[in-house]
Design a protein around this ligand. Sequence first.
Ligand code: ZN
Length: 273
Amino acid sequence: MSNFKYILYDKQDAVAVISLNRPETRNAQHEPLLRELDQAFSLGEKDDEVRVIVLRANGPSFSSGHDIGSAEAKEYHKAHPLKPGAEGRYWSEADKFLGLTRRWRDLPKPTIAAVQGWCIAGGLMLAWPCDLIIAADDAKFSDPVVRMGIGGVEYFGHPWEFGARKAKELLFTGEFIDAQEAHRLGMVNRVVPRAKLDEETLALARKIAEMPPFALAMAKKAVNHTLDAMGQREAMEAVFSWHQLAHAHSQLVSGSAIMGMDAQKMKQKSGTA
Ligand code: ZN
């Protein structure tokens, strides 16, 4: 097992198991966590014994999203200031959010996300790029960032994951959908009891790991390329620019790129406190 500071990396035969390990923040993602996660995906990618990669999370929730409130994140931003204007945020988010999630989405090995509890905003950006999603029956999904003056998270999978009409409803309201609804919409592959999430995910991973790896890689490429041919990549690129426009607008009108919101205010507004 390789231990990082914010995640755990474990190998169980042909399956690499990556665990988000910041449960005290419900696995909020600050940049150090995302960089470690990228290194862990690389370990799985480069290890020929690994056939399937599982992404799971310790604690009650998969991920509460990007870290917009912890002292640790504030400290990190202070030590790594962005260039002024829209420029710094644009390059930073293009790399650490859109860039990393797109790289993980196209890793040449099957990936499975195991999701329990909250999967909010940036949390979706960890689950969606995975090829399969197994949800515990207590999982709840939402992207409430319109409240921050932003039209949706940086990896704009919403219309592809929910269908266009539901995507609009969920963005406009910031409401949660539960695991069953996510399954009905085709966003998750299976819903399992919370207590069986790891067991069922590992069983599926082991089953897939028995298939020829090159054929798996080609099957994955075929589906992802089909989505790209349908415009997914180009649409995400355009939406990312509007996402940055919204940050810049918020900065101009409120003095904050996210309308002065932090984790506490978002909790109060979305009723998840
Ligand atoms: Zn952003």
